[in-house]
Design a protein around this ligand. Structure first.
Ligand SMILES: [Zn+2]
Length: 265
């Protein structure tokens, strides 16, 4: 299987895990109806709060564990994807060295993205979902049934459960896993003394956004820095690699193929 194929299958399994989590913890349409039919406002609010708190706790904990597990899987695949280029340049990492790079990466990972950690973002998604569900319950009580279908839809895909938690959670997990893969490549480059990586667009060309196309085609280093490389497009010094540019970006970084890039070669 290609590296991209392995990334995709890790991400698919992570997203399946997320959907299962959401399905298990958010109210169904019948659950919303049941709460809407509680006549005492005090009891009703207490039940809504209880349900919301439980959802939030479960959602955040599950997102965290899905990410921890799969960030490390992604980073392992990311390393393996670079090994052929390293080998060509005479760099053979021992299993012990590989292990220590992976371990150090796991320790360093988890930095903020756009000012928030993944856990903070998961918490916000749960909060939004709870707000949506509360609105669905109150609107149902007031006879406005259409709101349920807005908040809780795609019954076939998600068993009739809350959609916003699924959609936003999917974006979070998809983005974090792709980001982990690229951070690992930069981390690996730093660990072995390589200085340059190439930004590569993946997927159908028409689906690549303008920012990412520009990165992949930009010239950022001079031939003096890399005399052996003929195609300079998309190459960045590891100190100047752009931030993960947007949600769901699946661009890849590759350590580039020139012995002169490696300090220890
Ligand atoms: Zn991209």
């Amino acid at each position: 299987m290609s590296n991209r194929g392995r990334y995709v299958s890790i991400i698919d399994l992570a997203l399946t895990d997320l959907r299962r989590t959401v399905r298990a913890n958010t109210p169904s349409i019948s659950g919303v109806n049941k709460l809407a039919n509680i006549d005492s406002a005090i009891l009703r609010n207490a039940e809504i709060k209880k349900m919301g708190d439980a959802f939030k706790a479960g959602y955040v904990a599950n997102t965290k564990s899905i990410l921890n597990e799969n960030v490390s899987l992604m980073s392992h695949v990311a390393i393996e994807g670079q090994l052929p280029v390293l080998r060509k340049n005479g760099i053979i990492l021992t299993p012990k060295e590989l292990d220590s790079i992976k371990r150090n990466f796991a320790k360093s990972y988890g930095r903020k993205f756009k000012g928030k950690t993944a856990v903070q973002r998961a918490r916000n998604i749960a909060k939004r979902t709870n707000k949506d569900v509360r609105k669905a319950i109150i609107d149902t009580r007031h006879g406005r049934k259409d709101i349920i279908s807005k908040v809780i839809r795609n019954a076939d895909d998600f068993g009739g459960r809350s959609l916003s938690a699924v959609r936003s959670g999917e974006v979070l997990i998809y983005s974090e896993l792709n980001r982990a893969q690229n951070e690992m490549v930069v981390f690996l480059a730093e660990s072995i003394g390589a200085k340059y990586v190439r930004w590569v667009n993946t997927g159908r060309p028409e689906s690549v956004c303008d920012i990412c196309k520009e990165y992949a085609n930009s010239i950022n280093v001079t031939p003096l820095e890399l005399p052996n490389v003929s195609d300079m497009r998309g190459i960045f010094h590891i100190d100047n690699v752009p931030e993960y540019p947007h949600s769901c970006c699946k661009c890849e970084l590759m350590i580039i193929d020139s012995p002169y890039n490696f300090e220890n070669a």
